[in-house]
Design a protein. Structure first.
Length: 346
């Protein structure tokens, strides 16, 4: 077995995966047709984005095509199936934005019941576990986010383990949501947020947002983090605090791909805790195995030890309960040992 095959076959966790970014083009076309929606361009080119903000618009458009519990079950099942078949995905924590679906008459309960059904099917058929993270797009105001949290808490399901904050940082600074995050934390929900994303400028997504997410939002882990590298003092703080950054190798902005991979490598070199994830895999024309492979191709000095670290750090950064996390860690180590023994000499 060569090293690229090893990277594809090692067990993996995906902690930064937006559900609406997993829709297969054919699924999107079918659901849109069912609900009487016209796509702005053919499904086969819908994911050819002009820029980051075009991507965000298409992401929200895809949300309009998922309306029934069966729709949510289907796309959730397919997302976990695709991750498993492409790259031995074993656990995922899927982010979903209720505000995307409310305008189409979809209740929070419908979303969650559908996703839980899809998750149960994927665990039964592929052995892939999953948790859910209810997220707010920053374009919403704090009152709207609080209303979503009302729904999360009113229909409390243990699989909805935390909250997140995504979308363009320039449209909603993290401090806007401090009260929402405080209430979520008091209710026992985990907290994450997109921060310092490099598809935005340092002025739009500054390193100082890290401090706000830690000091005001009390985040347990963070998504992205690349712009943090512009502030060495903030990097040192993040390293000392030990939070995990759920990075994503592939981005919607193609001109940023090389810089993104270099940033992830530098984060690792500087001692930050980093996991590898897909973000919006189908929309970005990637999968969990590809996300590993392209990053390692850009860092030829990396080898088995770094691959093992990414695999196990995914489990460590997950929001699984301690007992499940320990069992999954043991399983990963056993599988990694077996795969490493089958590697061809480099």
């Amino acid at each position: 077995m060569d090293f690229q095959t090893f990277l594809r076959r090692i067990p993996k966790v995906d902690l930064h995966c937006h559900l609406v970014g997993t829709l297969r083009p054919q699924t999107l076309a079918q659901l849109a047709s069912t609900h009487g929606l016209a796509l702005p361009r053919p499904a086969e080119t819908l994911y050819d984005f002009a820029d980051f903000y075009d991507f965000l618009d298409v992401l929200r458009l895809a949300s309009a095509s998922v309306r029934t519990a069966d729709d949510f079950s289907r796309v959730t099942y397919e997302a976990l199936q695709d991750g498993h078949s492409a790259g031995n995905l074993r656990h995922a924590e899927l982010l979903f934005n209720p505000q995307y679906f409310y305008p189409y008459g979809v209740s929070y309960r419908t979303m969650v019941d559908g996703m839980l059904d899809g998750m149960a099917g994927a665990e039964r058929d592929f052995g892939v576990s999953a948790l859910l993270v209810a997220s707010f797009d920053r374009m919403i105001d704090a009152a709207g986010a609080m209303q979503i949290l009302d729904d999360v808490l009113a229909y409390r399901k243990p699989q909805v383990v935390g909250i997140g904050l995504d979308g363009a940082e320039r449209t909603g600074p993290p401090q806007r949501f401090a009260e929402v995050y405080a209430r979520a934390g008091a209710a026992g929900l985990k907290r994450t947020a997109h921060v310092c994303e490099d598809n935005q400028t340092l002025e739009e997504a500054p390193p100082s947002n890290y401090a706000i997410c830690r000091d005001l939002l009390k985040c347990d882990r963070l998504d992205h983090g690349y712009n943090l590298l512009a502030d060495p003092a903030m990097v040192m703080r993040a390293r000392d605090e030990g939070l995990y950054f759920n990075t994503c190798t592939i981005t919607s902005v193609t001109r940023n791909l090389e810089r993104r991979r270099a940033s992830i490598a530098k984060m690792v070199d500087l001692g930050l805790n980093v996991t590898l994830n897909t973000d919006d895999p189908v929309m970005f024309k990637t999968d969990i195995a590809h996300s590993y492979q392209v990053l390692f191709q850009s860092q030829p000095q990396w080898g088995v030890a770094r691959a093992r670290a990414f695999s196990l750090d995914g489990v460590a950064a997950s929001w699984l309960d301690d007992t499940t996390k320990a069992a999954l860690t043991d399983s990963f180590r056993t599988e990694l040992d077996t795969l490493e023994a089958a590697l061809e000499p480099s």
